[in-house]
Write a new protein. Structure first.
Length: 312
């Protein structure tokens, strides 16, 4: 097994990227020098010569052979940065996490947290499955577990609100609207006074509208989406967002109008229950007084009232 192929590809995302076991010496990761000091100097020399793969192998060998040495943290950091420089973003993220979990206090924490976040962002935009002339495909959802680990690593870091918002955006782009709603709610709950909360409120409403679109006969989902859009419109939105939200409210309102009119017609013509039909038409007028069907509904109400009075 080579130094870049640790046995973690079959594990869950959580086990692959956090709670990492302590490295130990193996036949495949033997150091070239006899002491950690000499090994670190050797690895750095290889890096200076541009022999990046060989340097990475020797940095990693130092950590495996002398995990408790003073030089191990520096070697681990160099190994993680080497993976990132070569575009091995998931591996780089994992190696930064190993540094955080096993060498706390031996490196500039905020700086490394930032580099780990950059690795996670790179995973989000990385294309996979490229073959010949095919450019492959993006799978940004692979970065979500990594973003959550960064949040756990630095819960009070100033970047956390944006990371939480980014998780929601990735889920929304992936059309996982229910999960996106939950992610946006996290932003609102944890960062209600931050500027990102306003965007989260708006995006949550958009996702609820898309959920309602998938269930056009579900009045409850339509109502929930409308309430979320009204809540978003109470925020200090931009002009384009206001226009979009208002258009979506009109669309949902039209859907409700059609639904309630069809319900009244069902009682009127299918079930032939004039009492239920009359109540439904009256409720329709109360709820949609400006509907284009107002005149027709008023006429039908009059007819039903006349019929029912005649029967009395």
């Amino acid at each position: 097994m080579g130094f870049e192929q640790d046995d973690w590809s079959s594990e869950s995302s959580d086990n692959r990227f956090s709670g990492l076991s302590r490295k130990s010496g193996t036949f495949f990761r033997r150091a070239r020098e006899d002491t950690p000091e000499a090994q670190l100097a050797h690895a750095r020399a290889l890096r200076e010569q541009g022999r990046l793969r060989a340097a990475a192998r020797q940095f990693n060998a130092l950590v495996h052979q002398w995990p408790d040495a003073e030089e191990a943290a520096a070697a681990q950091l160099a190994f993680a940065r080497g993976m990132q420089a070569r575009g091995r973003y998931e591996r780089a993220f994992r190696e930064y996490q190993y540094l955080i979990e096993h060498y706390a206090g031996q490196f500039p924490y905020r700086e490394i947290l930032s580099e780990q976040l950059q690795a996670a962002r790179s995973v989000k935009g990385q294309r996979r499955g490229a073959i010949l002339f095919l450019s492959g495909f993006e799978s940004p959802e692979r970065a979500i577990p990594l973003f959550r680990i960064v949040i756990a690593n630095g819960p009070n870091w100033e970047e956390i609100p944006d990371i939480r918002l980014l998780i929601g955006q990735v889920l929304e782009e992936n059309r996982d609207y229910a999960d996106a709603v939950a992610a946006y709610e996290e932003v609102i709950i944890y960062h209600g006074r931050h500027a990102v909360a306003r965007e989260a409120i708006f995006r949550k409403a958009i996702c609820l509208k898309k959920i309602a679109d998938r269930n056009p006969r579900d009045e409850r989902r339509t109502q929930v989406a409308m309430q979320a859009l009204f809540a978003a419109l109470r925020e200090d939105l931009g002009a384009e967002q206001i226009a979009e939200a208002e258009a979506l409210v009109r669309d949902l309102r039209q859907r409700l109008e059609v639904h309630h009119f069809e319900q009244a017609e069902f009682y009127d013509y299918k079930v032939r229950n004039p009492e239920a039909a009359l109540l439904s038409y009256q409720a329709f007028l109360g709820r949609f007084p400006d509907s284009g069907k107002t005149r027709l509904v008023k006429q039908r109400i009059a007819e039903l009232e006349a019929t029912m009075t005649g029967k009395e």
